[in-house]
Design a protein around this ligand. Structure first.
Ligand code: NDP
Ligand code: MG
Length: 387
């Protein structure tokens, strides 16, 4: 392939779990992809290492205090270096970029994703928080700009794969599968005592700290429910969750004739990452293959939204709409950060989210500025609640 026929990719959050796996995918398929931009928040050492290995056009380090170290290290290689949150919004506009992979974590993904869509770049979306906070605005802008949003999240990739060739067939419902996380089956009393170390041990996936805690609390599934609503244009009553501890069936679509399509495979994010970057092509690879005999039983059970209140709170936020999912997300980010610092217990995370949802003023049709304000306000309310 010539350089022009390759896809030029910017990876926002290249030093994270999704970012590093995306780089592996891109180097395994080096005749298809060019690494155009890499970014990190504070891990300057890994960013430098990646930049020297993959030779992007530019890098961004979020932490401005680390700018000089990165610039000096990459000077001889002729790689442009920028720093700060605003640089992320500017760098995605670079003409050479075809696709922006949003692999950074949390609310920080919103502005760069909007900037990339404004600039007409297709999005490979891992950063689900962006769609939770501002799904309506983001998907509307993408439609106006003719920009495609390719899901990276494994459940949404599964649904997207099931929908290929079915775009004119209405969806009756979708079913998102959830592993149930490390605390599946535990009672509220048992959850009171769980530790950060236990919460960080996911049975099936190795991921960044924030999403790992979200998976343990089922907030991750809640965020995914809202993400699915916007990605696939669904009503809340069309989205269901089922617990499937083996994480082999990645999600399902049911069409109006009752037929269900599921996408299956081993739990490995490299496949959905590759699919999002290479769509509509399926690229040959050496990823491990699924063997039925290793999984004689695939099991399914109801999600326990009474014990895992975060999932119910997310459904409530989706039903309510407006800025409520934004409030849910901001409160959850504060809650997870406090849990990771061992300042609050596991169950207190849901108390905090619920408190913010009941306290921060509701706005039915928020503009972008109002969502930004709601996010700030929620963080203040949450910090105050934590004392
Ligand atoms: P990680 O914590 O592993 O990585 C996050 C990346 O974003 C790092 O490169 C980090 O830089 C950077 N970053 C963190 N905070 C900021 C900030 N404020 N501004 C700019 N950059 C920042 O996260 P994951 O890779 O696990 O997750 C990334 C996203 O993908 C999340 O939205 C998650 O929900 C989603 N996702 C992840 C999956 C997974 O398997 N990991 C599966 C499905 C979705 P630094 O290293 O310097 O801190
Ligand atoms: Mg997922």
């Amino acid at each position: 392939m010539t350089d022009e026929s390759k896809k030029h990719v910017a990876i926002l959050g290249s030093t994270g779990s999704i970012g590093t796996q995306a780089l592996e995918v891109m180097s395994e398929q080096a005749d298809r992809f060019v690494v155009e931009v890499l970014t990190a928040h504070s891990n300057s050492e890994l960013l430098i290492e990646q930049a020297l290995a993959y030779r992007p056009n530019a890098v961004v380090i979020g932490d401005e205090g680390k700018f000089e170290a990165v610039r000096d290290a990459l000077w001889d290689a002729g790689i442009k270096v920028y720093a700060g949150a605003e640089a992320l919004e500017q760098v995605v506009e670079m003409e050479e970029i075809d696709v922006v992979l949003t692999a950074l974590v949390g609310y920080a993904g919103l502005k760069p994703t909007l900037a990339a869509i404004h600039a007409g770049k297709h999005i490979a979306l891992a950063n689900k928080e962006t769609l939770v906070v501002a799904g309506e605005l983001v998907t509307k802008l993408a439609r106006e700009k003719g920009v495609n949003i390719y899901p990276v999240d494994s459940e949404h990739s599964a649904i997207f794969q099931c929908l290929v060739g079915e775009f004119h067939n209405p969806i009756e419902k979708i079913v998102l599968t959830a592993s149930g996380g490390p605390f599946r089956g535990k009672s509220t009393t048992e959850l009171k005592a769980v530790t950060k170390a236990q919460a960080l041990k996911h049975p099936n996936w190795e991921m960044g700290a924030k999403i790992t805690i979200d998976s343990a609390s089922l907030m991750n599934k809640g965020l995914e429910v809202i993400e699915a609503k916007w990605l696939f244009g669904l009503r809340p009553d069309q989205i269901e969750v089922i617990v499937h501890p083996q994480s082999i069936v990645h999600s399902l679509v049911q069409f109006e004739d009752g037929s269900m399509k599921a996408q299956m495979g081993l739990p490995d994010m490299k496949l959905p990452i590759q699919y999002a970057l290479a769509y509509p092509t399926r690229l040959q690879n050496d990823f491990p293959r699924f063997n039925f005999l290793d999984y004689p039983q695939l099991t399914f059970e109801q999600a326990d939204t009474r014990t895992f209140r975060n999932l119910q709170l997310a459904f409530d936020a989706m039903e309510k709409g407006g800025n409520m999912p934004c409030i849910l997300n901001a409160a959850n980010e504060v809650a997870v950060a406090a849990f990771l610092k061992e300042e609050i217990g596991f169950l207190a995370m849901s108390d905090l989210v619920e408190h913010c949802m009941n306290t921060v003023p509701f706005i039915a049709k928020p503009k972008l500025e109002e969502l930004i304000e709601s996010d700030e306000q929620t963080r203040l309310v949450a910090e105050e609640y934590l004392g």
